[in-house]
Design a binder for this molecule. Structure first.
Ligand SMILES: [Mg+2]
Length: 419
């Protein structure tokens, strides 16, 4: 019987690799099968200020102790010979869109998953794809040939397992791992519960309250107990722990009409002060509204979510307005009211602002970046994901909003990064 193999391909050190690949002085030395041939290179917001933070680093820089989100000063102490470059988000986004096209050309059933990750699927066994590992190898080689970027591929009977296999592939020299049903007890179950993708805080609850140390331990918990503790999520956890997942491929994930715009920030420390939180909220709202306007949309509902420190929870509340807007000033009083009504004074770890119930702004002619509307929508999704990934950096700026220099820089940055 023909089944399906699902793949997840993930670019290695994406932004840093794009930079290394685009510089002729490094290009000739780099080898596809040896990441130590990369230059020690760091992409950092604002290299002039040593307070900038590391957004990406090549494998040799990482081997020297540099890690993402590290302060640049500290990174340079660990790797003094590193080349430090400013992020070029425009180049990364363009490369991302081109990589997604490449994956789709090889695997017609394809789903962009993030800026540098894509799911794909193919029937197996089949004439076109007789050997899944060889197909993954061809994909890797194609991406290297076209973009000079290394990638890793996880293959499995479903998307969730493909994601898990992809993580294991990082430890494999050839960067490809194929798991079948038979690998679930031997490969999946021994992994620590914290490696279960998609659980976030729930993994800690599984560990603390159920004593589950490994994914196999989770698989042994009766489903009804998981449902008792996690509600509908209990069933999902139960299925995942047994290596099952029936989420479908969504090839239109990027082309879908905008359902809403949101922006979230994880704070560098817990915020207890209303004014500080209010400043962050305004920053977020500014970003969300700028994107609404670029997309030619207005929204009628505004939402605020706060995540409290520790396991304290938080809240997510929204207010529907009589008219639609796309300016921060129009939404701001309403999110402030949500804050005052629902915030219990707990330390705040993360803040998210969202606008949805969208309507097209039909009576205004929009200046758009791209003539092609579909391309624009697709890019705006990629763009959202870049922002999701770089929330922390955006916040560094928000938290130090007051110094005038920071404010002046803002207009030149996207998501806290230079274009
Ligand atoms: Mg990656």
């Amino acid at each position: 019987m023909t089944a399906w193999v699902y793949g997840l391909v993930d670019m290695q050190s994406f932004y840093a690799s794009v930079e290394a690949a685009s510089r002729p002085e490094f290009a000739a030395l780099r080898r596809p099968d040896d990441d130590s041939t990369d230059p020690p290179l760091i992409v950092a917001g604002d290299p002039e200020r040593r307070s900038g933070i590391v957004l990406a680093a090549t494998p040799p820089a990482k081997a020297a102790g540099v890690s993402t989100a590290m302060n640049l000063g500290e990174a340079l102490r660990k790797c003094p010979e590193a080349v430090v470059v400013r992020p070029r988000m425009g180049l990364y986004l363009e490369t991302s869109v081109r990589i997604h096209h490449t994956v789709r050309r090889m695997f017609p059933l394809h789903e962009p998953f993030s800026v540098d990750e894509a799911f794909f699927a193919f029937p197996y066994p089949s004439v076109l794809f007789p050997d899944p590992v060889a197909a993954a190898q061809t994909l890797k080689e194609t991406i290297w040939d076209l973009f000079r970027i290394r990638c890793r591929v996880g293959l499995a009977p479903n998307k969730w397992l493909a994601k898990m296999a992809n993580r294991r592939a990082k430890k494999e020299p050839r960067g490809i791992v194929w798991w079948t049903e038979e690998d679930i007890p031997t490969q999946l179950h021994p992994l620590p519960v914290y490696e279960m993708w998609g659980l976030k805080r729930r993994a800690e609850i599984l560990d603390r309250e159920f004593g589950a140390k490994t994914i196999g331990d989770v698989a042994a918990i009766p489903e009804w107990r998981l449902r008792q503790r996690f509600g509908a999520w209990g069933t999902v956890i139960h299925r995942w722990s047994r290596g099952r997942d029936d989420s479908p491929m969504d090839p239109d994930a990027f082309a879908a009409p905008n359902k809403g715009f949101s922006h979230r920030i994880t704070l560098p420390r817990d915020f207890f002060n209303r004014e500080e939180i209010a400043v962050v909220m305004l920053e977020l709202l500014d970003e969300v509204c700028a994107r609404l306007r670029r997309a030619g949309q207005r929204g009628r509902r505004v939402g605020l979510s706060l995540t409290y420190a520790g396991f304290g929870g938080g809240f997510s509340r929204a207010k529907t307005l009589p008219h639609s807007f796309n300016a921060a000033e129009d939404f701001y009083p309403h999110v402030l009211r949500l804050l005052d009504r629902w915030w219990d004074g707990s330390g705040v770890r993360a803040v998210s602002v969202a606008v949805d119930l969208l309507e097209a702004e039909s009576d205004t002619v929009q200046l758009s970046f791209f003539e092609d509307g579909e391309k624009r929508r697709r890019l705006s999704e990629v763009y959202d994901q870049v922002r999701a990934r770089f929330g922390e950096t955006s916040l560094m700026r928000a938290a130090s909003l007051l110094p005038a220099g920071q404010l002046r820089d803002r207009s030149r940055k996207i998501g806290g990064h230079f274009m």
